[in-house]
Structure formats: C-alpha cells, structure tokens
Design a protein around this ligand. Structure first.
Ligand code: FES
Length: 609
C-alpha cells in the first residue's frame, strides 16, 4: 500500500503531495501539497521541516541528504558526487537539487547542523540563500610540469560555478595566491567573482540592508552565515534641511542647479555614517561587507544615484527605470568592500516605488490566500490590497499631517512629543515620549487626540469643535482650539489637515476594494507600516476611519516593512527574484482621473458614527 493513500485530497495537475517522515526522536510525519517543480528542500522548509544545509541550498555543501522512499525523484548532476551507487539506488538525493515532479514520501535524517533559515518581515520564514558566497580552496602549487594558469587553477577548484571575473581580480591574483601559499577564499556575489582573499575567510560574510527613507534612514548589518542581524542603527536623513517631504526636495533641486549634487552628497554621507556605526557596533571590518541592499522611495533612490528626480513630480509621473541597472555600494557612497554590489528593488510607478515593493515582499501579501490590506502611512501613503489571487496597489497623497509638519504644535516623535491621548470622564490623559513635560504633538498623538475628541463629543462627525463641551476649548485669534496641556493645543485647521489625510487614504482603500470586488469587512488583516503607521493605535485608526471598521485584532503594526524587505533580499536570492516578479503580479491603480474619486473622498472626510 502506498504511504500516500490516506491523504484525502485528490491530485491536482500542477500540485504534488509530499509526506515527510522525520527520522529522529519523535518520528514526526508531515504532509504537504506543493507546486510541481519545487525542490524537496524548499517544500520542507516552507512546511517547517529543517533539512541540514550549510550552503543555503546552493548544491555545494552536500549536507541536505534525504531518502526518497516512495515515488521517484530524478538524479541531479551533483547527486553522483554526493552518494555511492548503492545509496543512489536506495533513493538518496540532495534535497536542494531534487525538483518534485510527482507524489513523494521522503525520509528526512535528523539535523547535524543549525537550520539555515531566518524569520524576517511579517512572519516570513526565509531560507538563507544569500547571493554572497565564499569558497575556501587549497590549490596545487604551479610547477614546471603543471603550468596551468592561476585563474584556471582557481576556477577548476570551484567546478560548480562559472563566475564572471573582473580585470581587477586577475591583476592581483598571482600575488595573492603565492603570498597565501595557494590557500585562498574566493568571494562571489551571484555569478561575479568580487575578490580572492588570502587564507580561509569563509566564516566572515556580511551585508547591510538599508531603508533610505525621506525622514529616517535605517541600516541593519546582517551576518550572512546565520541570517541574524548583528547591529541596527537609524538616523535622520541629512537631506532634512531641504524639506520634509519628497516634493520639497524635488523643488529644491528644480530651483538650484547645484542642489542635486548637494542632496546626493547628503544621502551618501547619511548611508556612510550608518555603515560606520553598524560595523563599529558589531566589530565587523567594513571590507567584510560584500553587498548592500537599498530600499527607498523612487525620489530618494534617484537622488542618491545622482538622477534628476524632476519627472517624478509632474504628470505623467514617470520613473527613470522601473528596474535599475546594476550598481555598486560605491554608487551610494558606501565604503564597504570596493566591489560590493548594491541591490535595489523595482518600482511599480513614481509613487508606488521600490520601498513598497520591498514592503509587499516583507508582508507576503501576494503569497497569502487571505485578503489583506497594507497601508504605509506617510506624506505619500501607499496602499496595497489583495491576496495570492490578485493584488492591487495605489498611492494616496495624504499631505504632511501624519508627519505633524503642518500641525500648529506638531513635532517629530522625539522627547516631549505627545504620542498618546485618552479622554476619560472629561479628563485628558497624555502619554509623552521621554516622560517629560509635553512640548508638541506627533502623528500618533494627533490621531489619538482627534479620535478621543470625536468619542467625547467635543468634535462632531464633520470635524467641527462643539463649543461649550469642554473647559479646554478656547480661541487663538479667530480659530477654535482644544488645549491638551498649557502649551500644546489642537486647532480647527489641524483637525482639517488630518481629515484630508485620512480621507485620502480611506478613499484609496475604498477604491481598491471596489476594483478587487471585496467588501472592507472581508479583509482578514490590516497591516499598518512605515515609521509613522507602525506606532498608530489600532482603535484610534478605526475611530477616525483611517482603516476599515474591523475587529481590532485584525489591525496590526507591520513595523519597518521596507527595511525588512531589504533584509529578506540580502538573505535570499530566491526572494530577490520574487520581488522582481511583484512587478508582474501587482496591478497599479491610478487614483487621479478616477471619476468616483471626488464623491468617495467627500464621504470619507467625515468621522464614522
Ligand atoms: S543545501 Fe547544500 S547541497 Fe543542498
């Protein structure tokens, strides 16, 4: 009797059924259905079954040995090098080389080493498969009898790869081989040989994942051996004096011929400062960072690369290239290994840029059967709605309210900023960052304040202050204000700013729901991301109508998803390819020009009853 007979689901032409028998203490059995063509290694990893590997599935460590006990998995060219004829006959295969074409039962030996996967993004389980690989080789010394060239000798020792070799490598190769007594480590980034190092340096392999935000820039130093972060640092983008948002940065460039160079230099200086900080913190030599991944909005990426961003700011809003050509860390002003590549994400459009593609990767929206909504809340808010069946994305110009830039008492989320507001029995309770006296109001405090004022009846649903409802109401000039503390107040105009911002976002997801053919109540999960969205209170977001009215457990903070996406791309070339596939999988919806936009926007200006 086949071991698969009792799996109830009928076979599907594109899907195969797998049963994993885990040999070891608990003899666990797991069943799974996967797409035909998936490797046994991936199928196992996706189903939480660890298979030994130290090469991350590259077919070089020969540790991912499994035994096919029912069904047939064809031999790969590497299998005869890993197994005896007898073992091959008994069904032994390298899991990372074996593509599943039919129903299989697999015996998985217990782990000898640590699993090579990391949990990143919004619960994403990423199999480590970095583009950066190291190969330690001990070569035979050249002799009169064996005059094989230095390069051929090195390449012959790495017979499973055929790298491209830059001239600079050949320039130094002869000296390195002889100085190192023919024991060297080749460093590969994808198919490019980027260095040949003396001795065995195979344990040192790092990358930096950057989130180049308009306001904040974050760097994570990753150990590519373990997939674990070694250090994380963030600082303000030093382009700040040129304006808080992308439009003011572009305006600065349009008005002054030298401004692009200056802003580019600021971006480079910010990225380099972070590089030094993370490497110092982790005690890692900057030269041991062999790759950087940069996520950011299109304006930030173009400026950092010295590309005029002006076309991004005016109709028809075109990007210079949806997929950037190959670049190096040096092109971003980052001084790590001199030949380290810089990896970027593709862009769906001018305002649904590489940062959102990184976010889609980190949230896994296009992989999940549930309908989920992701909102990156900011000056320009990006909205993604969908599932593995279909995903739509749009951008909603929300204005600077959430950054608190145009709020009378607005400030960044720093010490002294009110970040939380509660009104209990008419009493105002404030949460202030740093537990100091309040000096201003940051974005999350603004949303909380308005939500609580609406809840207390001090603001009506149209957003107007209801005079006589609180002793804290007053006037500054002709304008009604509500005093949150002696010095910090919320004005009528501030409330209007927030109404426009939230109506813009709510109109965005309403239109995406219409186009996708789902009701907002059918959304399984709302992910709030970005440096502002991650700190928003779910209940306040619902109360002001920024997100659909759903049970609060369905509304979660997704954190810095662009930065998480950058980490995922650094850890896995497979995931990097998936990010490029997002361009084909996700449909961009342009809001301007929609005939239904204005009516929906006006409806959404009100606060929900
Ligand atoms: S995982 Fe290393 S050879 Fe398969």
């Amino acid at each position: 009797m086949s071991a698969l007979e009792d799996i109830p689901e009928p076979p599907h032409p594109e899907r195969v059924r797998m049963r994993f028998l885990q040999v070891g203490e608990d003899h666990a059995v797991k069943e799974a259905r996967v797409l035909a063509g998936t490797t046994i290694f991936d199928a196992a990893s996706w189903n939480g079954i660890a298979i030994d590997s130290t090469c991350g599935g590259h077919g070089t460590c020969k540790k991912c040995k499994v035994k096919v006990v029912s069904g047939n998995a064809p031999l790969s060219p590497v299998d005869p090098r890993a197994f005896s004829t007898e073992e091959l006959k008994n069904g032994w295969r390298l899991a990372c080389r074996a593509a599943v074409e039919e129903d299989l039962t697999i015996e998985v030996p217990p782990l000898q080493t640590r699993p090579k996967a990391a949990l990143v993004g919004v619960g994403r389980h990423v199999i480590l498969r970095p583009a950066v690989q190291k190969r330690y080789v001990e070569l035979d010394e050249a002799t009169l009898e064996d005059q094989t060239s230095d390069l051929e000798r090195l390449l012959a020792a790495m017979d499973d790869v055929e790298p491209r070799v830059p001239l600079e490598i050949v320039r130094g190769l002869g000296g390195t081989l002889r100085r190192a007594n023919w024991k060297v480590t080749a460093v590969l980034a994808d198919d490019l040989l980027i260095d040949v190092e003396a001795g065995d340096t195979s344990g040192r392999r790092h990358a930096i994942a950057f989130d180049l935000g308009t306001t904040t820039v974050v760097a994570t130093l990753l150990d590519l051996e373990t997939g674990q972060p070694r250090a994380v640092q963030s600082i303000l983008n030093s382009q700040q004096p040129f304006g808080a948002d992308v439009i003011s940065r572009i305006s600065a460039i349009m008005m002054d011929d030298g401004a692009l160079d200056t802003l580019q230099a600021h971006a480079h200086q910010t990225l380099q400062q972070l590089t030094e900080e993370v490497c110092t913190e982790a005690g890692v030599d900057q030269a041991d960072v062999y790759e950087v991944v940069v996520a950011g909005n299109m304006t930030m990426i173009q400026i950092a690369l010295g590309i005029d961003p002006e076309p991004l700011s005016m109709a028809p809003f075109t990007v210079v290239a949806r997929r950037m050509p190959a670049a190096t860390a040096a092109d971003f002003g980052v001084r790590v290994h001199p030949r380290a590549p810089a990896v970027m994400f593709p862009a769906l459009g001018a305002y649904v840029g590489p940062d959102i593609v990184a976010g889609i990767l980190a949230t896994g929206i296009t992989l999940d059967r549930r309908v989920r909504l992701f909102i990156d809340v900011g000056t320009n808010s990006e909205i993604v709605l969908g599932s593995s069946a279909k995903t739509l994305a749009t951008a909603a110009p929300a204005g600077p309210a959430f950054e608190a830039a145009q709020i009378r008492c607005g400030m960044r989320a720093a010490d002294g900023a009110i970040e939380g507001v509660k009104i209990v029995d008419g009493e105002v309770e404030l949460t202030v960052i740093g537990d100091v006296a309040p000096v201003g109001l940051c974005g999350s405090g603004l949303v909380d304040a308005v939500a609580e004022l609406v809840g207390a009846g001090i603001l009506d649903n149209s957003g107007r202050f209801v005079l006589g409802t609180s002793e804290r109401l007053g006037k500054i000039g002709e304008e009604n204000v509500f005093y949150l503390s002696d010095d910090v107040f919320l004005s009528q105009r501030d409330v209007r700013e927030l109404q426009f911002a939230k109506a813009s976002i709510a109109t965005g997801w309403t239109i995406l729901c219409k186009d996708l053919g789902v009701e907002p109540t059918e959304i399984s999960q709302v992910l709030l991301g970005g440096s502002f969205g991650s700190y928003l209170s779910a209940s306040s977001a619902v109360k002001i109508g920024l997100v659909p009215k759903l049970p609060l457990v369905r509304i979660v903070s997704a954190g810095n998803v662009a930065g998480e996406g950058a980490k995922i791309a650094a850890l896995s070339v497979t995931e990097r390819a998936a990010a490029h596939a997002i361009l084909e999988e996700v449909e961009y919806v342009e809001l301007s020009g929609r005939t239904d936009f204005n009516d929906l926007f006006i409806d959404q200006l009100r606060f929900p009853e």
